[in-house]
Design a protein around this ligand. Structure first.
Ligand SMILES: [Zn+2]
Length: 161
């Protein structure tokens, strides 16, 4: 598994470091971890997904599309969509969305928590795919799968601390 950070200008911060990824690794079964080709942190303001998991042959690729920007001593990120579930998750992990301005205010600890939630949710999709449909074709993600991945992420966050 490789960790990739897309380059961004100096006022941007990726909340999760390679040290954080090493901590996560201890709580993910090696059989799952080995199927993940890479975890890529990037930033695209026109994506409506904070995280993506894509199958690639027998392997998986994870993308976390989240970083925060220093603006006048505060941290903020763009609101990437207005879906209720997304807004609720942002608030659950400490983000303060400003719907009028289309931005979310963060403190670093909250941004870390949220990035961790997104990453573990995507790892949840890998676990789900391997457990339920080994070697299967592409299929639509159901709300049952999304709920399962949220629960997986919440449980792993307790373990990773
Ligand atoms: Zn998902």
């Amino acid at each position: 598994m490789r960790t990739i950070y897309d380059s961004v200008s100096p006022e941007y911060i990726y909340p999760l470091s390679k040290v954080d990824i090493a901590r996560v690794r201890k709580h993910v079964p090696p059989s799952i971890w080995e199927t993940i080709q890479y975890i890529r942190f990037g930033f695209s303001s026109n994506s409506s997904h904070a995280g993506r998991m894509l199958g690639h042959g027998r392997n998986y690729r994870i993308r976390v599309n989240f970083c925060v920007k220093r603006v006048e001593g505060r941290l903020e990120s763009p609101l990437v969509c207005r879906q209720r579930q997304y807004i609720e998750n942002v608030k659950r992990y400490g983000g303060k969305p400003d719907l009028a301005k289309g931005v979310i205010m963060w403190d670093l600890a909250s941004a870390k928590q949220y990035a961790m939630y997104v990453l573990l949710h995507e790892i949840g999709h890998v676990v789900y795919a391997e457990a339920n449909l080994p070697g299967s074709r592409l299929r639509c993600r159901t709300s049952k799968e999304e709920d399962w991945c949220d629960a997986y992420s919440a449980r792993l966050m307790q373990e990773v601390g």
